[in-house]
Design a protein around this ligand. Structure first.
Ligand code: FE2
Length: 315
């Protein structure tokens, strides 16, 4: 039996209902226009639904053509290998990195200007313990309900190159929810938002340089770098040093994620040992019974073992 989705429930056919986000996502390409419900002699409790995806309009065909014009993951992976072989091990992210398509436009093309830090400090915001509530470090209690997903603790120490604790450091994080969706106007991909999860938090490091967040493990999400491109699960981190001119922005990844090997942002650092420092460790001593898992991720601000940074525009 072939049905138009939702027709039996008196709903608008889903193929029509989905048009708005298709307009917002030019690389999706195809419309879900109908489904087949497979008959069987003993009807299961829930019908088995197989989706039949067909281009249905001129707009759909042009969207499909746009998608076809994008590079495939196989081509991106080949480019990553080619750049790595040519550049050799490099501890710094390559700013002009063709596999990360938008880096061609976002990278600096002019020499950096030196500025007077003291002059900037005269006009920059100031912050301190009075500005940061300890509850802001718990991303699971911000909306009055419990967010969906794997609750976890993320903690670590922030040190300088000599291992000295960096105290009273403002640490800010932002991330997608468990379904890989940000609460952001530009994120319109078909995954649910979570009314109980904003995805942003902050804290100050203690006297030992330690930070700690309670949050939900983010999901991977699609982006438009190439066809079928997916960002590995990650949490964005921003740190301010002793003043406003020392901001560091980076991303934390999770161990065992198969997507990191395919990700041009992660791979723009060509030295494996340095890339590894962007991956947190699962720590069973942090994991709390019947409550949450635990991950540890330390950040080193200076010296040869420091955590590498990325541009503010990274996805
Ligand atoms: Fe992200």
């Amino acid at each position: 039996m072939v049905l138009v989705e939702g027709a039996e429930q008196g709903q608008q056919p889903r193929g029509e209902a989905r048009r708005p986000w298709q307009c917002c996502r030019p690389f999706v390409g195809l419309t879900l226009s109908s489904v087949e419900v497979e008959a069987s002699t003993a009807p299961p409790a829930r019908p088995i639904i197989r989706r039949v995806i067909t281009p249905t309009s001129r707009t759909d065909r042009s969207i499909a053509n746009a998608s076809a014009a994008l590079s495939s993951q196989r081509e991106i992976t080949a480019e990553i290998a080619e750049v790595a072989a040519r550049a050799g091990p490099n501890p710094q992210p390559l700013l002009d990195y063709p596999p990360y398509r938008s880096s061609r436009l976002r990278r600096p093309t002019k020499e950096l200007h030196q500025v007077d830090p003291e002059q900037i400090e005269l006009h920059a915001p100031v912050f301190g313990p009075q500005d940061v509530d300890p509850l802001e470090a718990d991303l699971t209690i911000q909306r009055g309900g419990v967010p969906i997903g794997e609750r976890m603790i993320v903690t670590g120490r922030i040190t300088d190159g000599e291992g000295r604790a960096v105290r009273n450091q403002l640490v800010e994080v932002w991330q997608a929810n468990a379904a890989g969706r940000y609460i952001h106007q530009r994120d319109q991909h078909p995954a649910p938002t979570d009314p109980n999860f904003i995805g942003a938090g902050r804290c100050l490091t203690d006297d030992d340089g330690a930070y700690q967040f309670t949050t939900i493990k983010p999901g991977p999400y699609p982006w438009k770098n190439h066809r079928n491109a997916w960002r590995p699960a990650h949490i964005h981190f921003s740190l301010f040093g002793t003043n406003f001119t020392q901001r560091l922005i980076t991303q934390m990844y999770f161990p065992g994620d198969p997507l990191v090997g395919l990700d041009p942002i992660y791979q723009s650092i060509t030295e494996q040992a340095v890339r590894d420092r962007l991956v947190a460790s699962y720590d069973h001593d942090l994991t709390e019974p019947e409550w949450c898992t635990g991950y540890r991720w330390d950040i080193v601000l200076t010296g040869g073992g420091r955590t590498r940074t990325e541009t503010e525009d990274d996805e």
